[in-house]
Design a binder for this molecule. Structure first.
Ligand SMILES: [Zn+2]
Ligand SMILES: [Zn+2]
Length: 125
């Protein structure tokens, strides 16, 4: 199937909110806009966007759900942790040096680009 630039644009725009979005979120959004698209197609677009280094994919280890975060020009997002609100998906960027001392102490390398700290933001509490 050809790489449909309009769908790519819609998906990218949707992910660009400063939030983690799931594949179901993208699917619902596009379907609400009257687009005929299935989830495997969305996964394929996500693969492309990931290869282009525009997004980071996080897998929730509990639910095995995939969440996507737009990074675009903000490549520093690969070098720090994020907190994610479980209710609304709000993303908080944590300081890059937050765990530096702990990592040194334990000689442990945290995988920043695949780790998310989950919680509830002040609006959703
Ligand atoms: Zn970030
Ligand atoms: Zn929230």
């Amino acid at each position: 199937m050809a790489y449909n630039t309009q769908n790519r644009k819609l998906i990218l725009e949707y992910i660009k909110q400063d939030k983690y979005v799931s594949v179901s979120d993208i699917y619902n959004e596009l379907t609400n806009r009257g687009k005929k698209i299935n989830k495997s197609t969305i996964y394929r677009y996500i693969d492309y966007l990931e290869q282009e280094k525009l997004i980071i994919r996080h897998i929730d280890t509990n639910t095995k759900k995939t969440y996507l975060q737009y990074v675009g020009d903000n490549q520093t997002c690969r070098g720090h942790l994020h907190m994610k609100c479980k209710e609304c998906g709000l993303t908080v960027h944590l300081p890059t040096d937050l765990l530096t001392k702990t990592e040194e102490l334990h000689e442990f390398d945290v995988e920043y680009d695949t780790s998310i700290i989950q919680g509830t933001c002040k609006i959703c509490k």
